[in-house]
Design a protein around this ligand. Structure first.
Ligand SMILES: Nc1ncnc2c1ncn2[C@@H]1O[C@H](COP(=O)(O)OP(=O)(O)O)[C@@H](O)[C@H]1O
Ligand SMILES: [Mg+2]
Length: 368
């Protein structure tokens, strides 16, 4: 068993609370991603699991074993750091073998493990090279290889791809996912990049200010964000937020923006509860893909369409992002590339209100 469990774990550095009351249950063999902006406590959480940082409060278990006082080398984990310095004077083989040599593994066993890891990572031809003769991606593979040869129960990875260029990062993302499928070990992966989290995680844990904001399957978090922070952090381009007044007229609910209003259809998850907000301010959240080009979508009833001013069209080839203004609001709509929208011109946009999220502006929590 290589599950990892955190029970009400906190870490304070003097009067800075880096991690606050974090509880997580990571089942055996799951690939879990801790994601959040810089400084939210991801690295500190990982270092406590690794045993590199003392725990101020709470308990950490690996399998059934309480490890609070177990030294790092006895925790059966391996960590891949962001700055994975390889030993420059050793070749790839020696870099990968080093930790096993220190632990006095027999030569034949070391050789078996290094060659097996090299095969998995596709670096068998590089074993005799020195790090300076490797590309960034190859070095990254060697760093992962050093962790694999230890055959740990749990892998900890702290932003392992952040030093790679964008194209390589996308490639390594897929490789690490494939590797996890083959190795069948538990992985705790830390990143500030929501795309990495969405694409790699079986489950993601969104953190902010040392606290867990939400955890769940990537799509679940994307479709049902718990608060405005998660809603704005997960997804790219980011969710649009509009502050508006919730009104009732003739039995129907509307969000009123002053110069225009949009109906709240009963299919909206928030509909029942948001009746409590009639006469109050709310925040409407709509993802860019839920604002359509009305010209291309005649199926929308007229009261879901509003004329906006398109400031800039970003043509992506496969689609276009319309950066538009609507009175005092700005928004991004993600529409088909065949759009006739042009910079500076008015254009009708259609709001897919069934997909709308409503938030309480005071608590920032979702209304559902
Ligand atoms: N050794 C330390 N001493 C004091 N403060 C620290 C130390 N390590 C981290 N912190 C603080 O704890 C918070 C969380 O840091 P960190 O875990 O590195 O965040 P992340 O990895 O999400 O960027 C930050 O405010 C950081 O400044
Ligand atoms: Mg960090």
């Amino acid at each position: 068993m290589a599950s990892v469990t955190l029970k009400k774990v906190s870490k304070r550095f003097g009067n800075v609370t880096a991690v606050e009351n974090v509880s997580l249950e990571i089942p055996d063999r799951q690939f879990i991603v801790l994601v959040g902006p810089s400084g939210c406590g991801k690295t500190t959480t990982l270092r406590m699991v690794a045993g590199l940082e003392e725990i101020t409060e709470g308990e950490i278990y690996i399998g059934d074993r309480l490890v609070n006082d177990v030294p790092p080398k006895d925790r059966d984990i391996a960590m891949v750091f962001q700055n994975y310095a390889l030993y420059p004077h050793m070749n790839v083989y020696e870099n990968m073998a080093f930790a096993l040599k220190l632990r006095k593994f027999p030569k034949a066993e070391i050789d078996r493990r290094v060659r097996e890891a090299a095969r998995l990572l596709g670096i068998e031809d590089l074993l005799q090279r020195k790090p300076k003769a490797l590309s960034g991606g190859q070095r990254q593979r060697v760093a992962v290889g050093r962790a694999i040869v230890r055959e740990p129960k749990v892998f900890l990875m702290d932003e392992p791809l952040s030093n790679l260029d964008a194209k390589l990062r996308v490639q390594m993302r897929a490789e690490l996912s494939k590797l996890h499928n083959r190795l069948q070990t538990t992985v705790i992966y830390v990143t500030h990049d929501q795309t990495e989290a969405m694409t790699m995680g079986d489950r993601i844990v969104v953190m902010k200010d040392g606290k867990v904001q939400q955890e769940g399957a990537p799509l679940e978090v994307y479709e049902r964000p718990a608060n405005m922070f998660v809603a704005g952090f997960i997804g790219s381009p980011a969710m649009n937020f509009f502050r508006a007044h919730l009104d009732r007229a003739a039995g129907e609910l509307y969000v009123d923006f002053g110069s225009f209003r949009l109906p709240l259809p009963k299919e909206m998850p928030a509909w029942e509860r948001c009746r409590e907000y009639v006469g109050r301010e709310v925040v409407l959240g709509l993802r860019p893909e839920d604002i359509d080009d009305a010209e291309l979508h005649p199926e929308y009833p007229a009261d879901f369409c509003v004329q906006a001013t398109v400031d800039v069209v970003e043509m992506m080839g496969s689609e276009a992002y319309l950066n538009a203004s609507l009175g005092s609001f700005t928004l991004v709509a993600r529409v088909e590339a065949v759009t006739t929208a042009r910079d500076g011109a008015p254009h009708r946009l259609a709001f897919n209100m069934k997909k709308g999220h409503l938030f309480d502006p005071t608590t920032t929590m979702v209304i559902r």
